[in-house]
Design a protein around this ligand. Structure first.
Ligand SMILES: C[C@@H](O)[C@H](N)C(=O)O
Ligand SMILES: C[C@@H](O)[C@H](N)C(=O)O
Lengths: 159, 159
């Protein structure tokens, strides 16, 4: 699988906002996101897993500089939709394995997760596409994660 | 934002497996995924949101044909890691807006979510990258979702 991964990227510029326990019914995702779009806040990753008992969490990452404004907007919506709370986290890094045709190489994600686990780096969030596997981890592990992933995928440092 | 979205894709070939309430500690993601990789099961989307009280859900999509085998493997791991349960869903479709530089156009996701909400289509899962916003919805809404998203983004049908 090493041939599939062409590089490792690290993004330390983002923060995370989660709206906890939102009702899983049509219109909720729009209500959370549209004030952010109107405020021209560049939302990056959006992660929402399947619901349990009619509720789920709605999380997104964004530039750290936009966190105070975004939090204010989202807290207003959270109250309106009667979500449980809004949680912000300024202490994250996003590390990604980038490549092509990841879908047909299930071993790639397994290898990435193993490399992080072997260093005891906890994976807080996971989001994937055909060309990228992204893990959100604690910010302080960012450079270490990049180094071990370069090793895990036989990439020269700087790839 | 219409210029940013170049096409809408629909994938009806996948099923979803969720491992509910897994401990949020290093090694868990690897333990769930590695048996699947060893069985050469092509896992597509992996979604894991941030944890609450030390637990989170781990979800992935895969070809429907692989669901019985994958479910068996994952149920074994779920018992080992003392997750709450494994849930399978064979009734999903993945609809995606594809484009470039989505990150710098926050209105794109908002417009997509609004279009689905206006048709009362519930968004079960969301996963995004710079070039794609994917929503998992109930399978029966697949074609309708594609049609309304073509309209929402001013794309000719077939784009
Ligand atoms: C939670 C949120 O995504 C909701 N299901 C919606 O469709 O908007
Ligand atoms: C839940 C799972 O992702 C865990 N946090 C891990 O690092 O493996």
């Amino acid at each position: 699988e090493s041939a599939v991964v062409s590089g490792i990227t690290l993004d330390r510029s983002e923060a995370k906002l989660s709206v906890i326990r939102v009702p899983d019914r049509p219109g909720i995702a729009y209500r959370i996101l549209s004030p952010l779009a109107e405020a021209a806040i560049n939302v990056d990753m959006i992660i929402q897993n399947a619901s349990s008992e009619g509720y789920t969490d709605f999380t997104f990452t964004l530039p750290k500089v936009d966190l105070p404004k975004a939090r204010q907007l989202v807290e207003f919506v959270a109250r309106e939709i009667e979500a449980l709370e809004v949680r912000a986290d300024n202490n994250i890094a996003k590390v990604s394995a980038v490549g092509t045709g990841m879908k047909n190489h299930p071993g790639v994600a397994a290898r990435m997760f193993k490399a992080l686990a072997d260093e005891n780096i906890n994976i807080q969030m996971i989001s994937t596409s055909e060309i990228r596997i992204s893990c959100v981890i604690e910010a302080k592990y960012g450079e270490l994660a990049v180094r071990i992933l370069h090793e895990a995928f036989n990439l020269a440092n700087g790839a």
